[in-house]
Design a binder for this molecule. Sequence first.
Ligand code: ZN
Ligand code: ZN
Length: 136
Amino acid sequence: MPHPYSGGCQCGAVRYTLNAEPMRVMACHCTECQRQSGSAFGMSMLIKRSDLVVTGPLKTFTRTADSGNANTGAFCPECGNRIYNVPGYVEDRLVLKPGTLDDTSWVRPQAFIWMQSAQSWVEPPEGMRCFDGQST
Ligand SMILES: [Zn+2]
Ligand SMILES: [Zn+2]
């Protein structure tokens, strides 16, 4: 499916349009992604900042990652739904949470990362590239 892609938060206060194809999609099994999502893993869709147009309010939360870099999460102040993360190490990139897209049927991760902390029941699909930690 070609861009643009639309998405938004659970309550509808935040809406966005992604105006280009993502650079890459990962399923991240690190403990921070598990905690942030309240689930088994987080989905990370790397995009260029300039390709995302957001309407509505966003609140941010910044924490220091193990790497020492600041990692900022942007979420809807009404419903708390995380929309994207701002990785500390690059200026012009965002990590969109692709579960917030209106249509996720085309989304497929290229790799599973941080498998060393994956929940015990997680079985990667056949042929999936897996990494114990960050991929690079
Ligand atoms: Zn909301
Ligand atoms: Zn993670």
